[in-house]
Design a binder for this molecule. Structure first.
Ligand SMILES: [Zn+2]
Length: 107
């Protein structure tokens, strides 16, 4: 016969449209749809670009902008995000990849 009504049970959470999973660029911290960012994953061979975004494992995201790659590859953001070690060669090859990207976002 006890009917406890918990008022805290129903914490109102704003219902968000959830069709596009948002990801955060590790360089500029802007969020964008998964498809607008390039995913980097940690594989056995090191950190690599996951073009299709389907590889398993931890991933970090960067905008398809040269600046973000330069900034993202500075310091240890990628290493921190992927919890791995980035070798000098690996970092260099990622930088090369970034150089092929447009300087500014093309709209
Ligand atoms: Zn960015």
């Amino acid at each position: 016969m006890k009917m406890k009504i918990s008022k805290n049970n129903n914490i109102s959470q704003p219902l968000k449209l959830k069709h596009v999973p948002l990801r955060t660029c590790i360089a500029c911290r802007q969020t964008a749809g998964k498809r607008e960012l390039i995913r980097l994953v940690c594989s056995d061979a090191g950190v690599e670009v996951d073009i299709k975004g389907r590889k398993p494992g931890r991933g970090v995201y960067l905008c398809a902008k040269r600046k973000c790659w330069e900034n993202g590859l500075k310091g240890n953001r990628i290493e921190f995000g992927l919890r791995t070690k980035l070798s000098a060669d690996n970092r260099q090859s990622l930088l090369e990849y970034g150089k092929a990207l447009p300087e500014k976002e093309e709209q």
